[in-house]
Design a protein around this ligand. Sequence first.
Ligand code: 13P
Length: 267
Amino acid sequence: MSRKLIIAGNWKMHNTTAQARALITDLAPLVAGAASVDVVVCPTYTALATASDALQGTGIMLGAQDVFWKDKGAYTSRISPSMLLDLGVTYVVIGHSECRGRFGVPEPDFDEAVLAHFGDSDATVNRKLKAALAAGLKPIVCVGETLSERRQGEADAVVASQVRGALAGIDADAVPGLVLAYEPVWAIGTGEVCGSDEADRICGVARATVAELYGAEAAEAVRVQYGGSVKPDNAAELLGKPNIDGALVGGAALKAGDFAAIVNAGA
Ligand code: 13P
């Protein structure tokens, strides 16, 4: 089965509304020829409305970086699936390692007590995934091991277990439409990309876990992105691998030329 590549830019905590509009204005003509790839940008919540407006007619889709699992209520600071839909959001990133409090390059004040406030666990990821699917959002579910987990030989087990945790109780009908993102935490923002063979192998581990749970056909349909220091000069090699169906791009997504080069490497 051939799967359509999906290349998403996760802008993280960058870009005011004016910067978001300028980036999209620069990006749109550069990826206009990439109809064979699903192109997504994921601004901060505060720039979603502006981005939604700027994306009109470009063919680029809008994603959010997180979502809460309740539709409304006394949940100060949270954003519901229907609020995202209201802004024209199509995709939503769920369970990013930075939302799970798992960082590749911890800042000095990121001790255990502080990390706990980043919050996501397999259980909250599972709730967010269920809520996103119920609302009709398209989830991008992130998984990946830390450096110490990799050094202890636990990478495969961590990825399989995060996939199982995210998908617990998810209806089989929803699975083929899912996007998983394998993002080794040690490769995020560090400039240290995972080798393409190893990235492909672990994307295969994620897919095999879907196969165990839902069967081969669902696993063949699920798209698995790689994320972690994807740049214009390594994108073609990563995107050429059989188990890698796209990229989740951080730093390089903040520059129109770099992100377009990554998209066009897959087109
Ligand atoms: P970088 O591309 O900056 O390593 O970030 C990857 C990432 O976390 C995307 O979600």
